[in-house]
Design a protein around this ligand. Structure first.
Ligand code: PLP
Length: 404
């Protein structure tokens, strides 16, 4: 059996999505900007895809959805606009974000800092979220934008986006949310939340890779990242990726229709897996279940290095993930776990399991069995290894040991 439990990294493209995309490679391959019928024949499908995204998010007709190549692009686009906004005469040179954002936000913020922008990286509490009152305390009259994720890719923690949106509205500050890990996992209603920009990515909800979108309430603040042939009303140039856009439309529709029922089923499986893992001594799950995306578990197993666990599970054909990377020279702790207050040892033991609507009961049973076996084996090895290598360097070697 093969079990894929890394759905927060990417998902299988739903076969119904693939089917919908195929004609746009081979039959209706025209450029939508061309005036002949090869081009114009793609228009109804593009319009349908846009409407599918609008409907899935309950966006208003006055708002915009611009397709991009991925959420990384959408995040870069919004944040880099702070610099052009400054050059256009704005005096706002401050950005608020969190310590636990995806690298597409954090690396862009580092770049902004090099350009002279001040960035506040808000710490999260032990539940892995930032509360609205904390955001409020950091807003000044120099704050250009608040960028806070809707849900965490690592822990699944769901941020209080509605309350943060209210604070930003009250303070008249632009609010962007990276909703990559929320869309298709929890209901996202853009009429209910005051948010100016929302980033999303199709491959996280069983759509194709290489297509994302940015929801835009008011485009005045944005400067195009890609200049060119004035596609998408000049906001994002580049010939439209018609098959992928069509696929994204279908995928978001499938992922958000009956989301409560689908997620209840996933949550039931997730909770069963989580309960079984928690039967193992000295295991900890990050964040409470109710305020977490229903497919995600970030688990710590004291004494078992996350990378080792990952490779052991991989040997049993279970695909999981860890935030701590076994770099060639050193082991990095899971930064999100450090941010939520885990000690250094625990932050090396994070392992993330993320389910999807395609995860079966049999896969959960198989995972429970092999997960327990892996922990037992690794704890045995790790204790004998610790006796031989009592120094700090032991962790690095332990990681290498299990790599090979
Ligand atoms: C929270 C979050 N933001 C952004 C991204 C980047 O998405 P993409 O692969 O579409 O660039 C990811 C994907 O890992 C993510 O989990």
């Amino acid at each position: 059996m093969q079990v894929y439990l890394d759905n927060n990294a990417t998902t299988m493209t739903d076969p119904r999505v693939v089917e919908e995309m195929i004609p746009f490679f081979s039959e209706m391959y025209g450029n939508p900007n061309s005036l002949h019928k090869f081009g114009t024949s793609t228009h109804p499908a593009l319009k349908k895809a846009i409407n599918q995204v609008y409907d899935a998010l309950n966006a208003s007709d006055d708002d915009d959805i611009v397709f991009t190549s991925c959420a990384t692009e959408s995040n870069n686009w919004v944040l880099k606009s702070v610099v052009s906004d400054l050059m256009n005469g704005s005096r706002k040179n401050h950005v608020i974000t969190t310590e636990v954002e995806h690298p597409s936000i954090l690396s862009t913020c580092k770049w902004l800092e090099e350009k002279g922008i001040k960035v506040s990286y808000l710490p999260v509490n032990e539940q892995g979220i930032v509360e609205a009152h904390t955001v409020k305390n950091f807003i000044t009259d120099k704050t250009a934008i608040v960028s806070i994720m809707w849900a965490s890719n690592e822990t699944g923690a769901i941020f209080p986006i509605k309350e943060i949106g209210e604070v930003c509205k009250e303070k008249d500050v632009i609010f962007h949310s990276d909703a990559v890990q929320a869309i298709g996992k929890i209901p996202v209603d853009l009429q209910d939340v005051h948010v100016d920009f929302v980033s999303m990515s199709a491959h996280k909800f069983h759509g194709p890779k290489g297509v994302g979108a940015l929801y835009i309430r008011d485009s005045q603040f944005l400067t195009p990242l890609l200049h060119g042939g004035e596609h998408m009303g000049g906001r994002r140039s580049g010939t439209l990726n018609v098959p992928s856009i069509v696929g994204m439309g279908k995928a978001i529709e499938l992922a958000t229709t009956n989301i409560e029922d689908t997620m209840a089923k996933i949550k039931e499986k997730r909770d069963r897996l989580e309960d079984a893992i928690l039967e193992i001594d000295d295991t900890f799950v990050v964040g409470d279940r109710q305020n977490r995306t229903p497919n995600t578990i970030l688990i710590s197993i004291r004494g078992v290095e996350g990378e080792s666990m990952l490779w052991d599970l991989n040997n049993d054909s279970i695909g999981a993930s860890t935030g701590s990377a076994c770099a060639s020279e050193d082991l990095e702790a899971n930064t999100v776990m450090l941010a939520i207050g885990a000690d250094n040892e625990l932050a090396h033991t994070g392992i993330r399991l993320s389910l999807s609507r395609f995860t079966t009961d049999a896969e959960i049973e198989y995972t429970i069995e092999y997960f327990k076996k892996a922990v037992k084996r690794l704890r045995e090895i790790s204790s004998s290894f610790a006796k031989q290598q009592p120094t700090e360097g032991g962790e690095v070697q332990e990681c290498e040991l299990h790599h090979h």
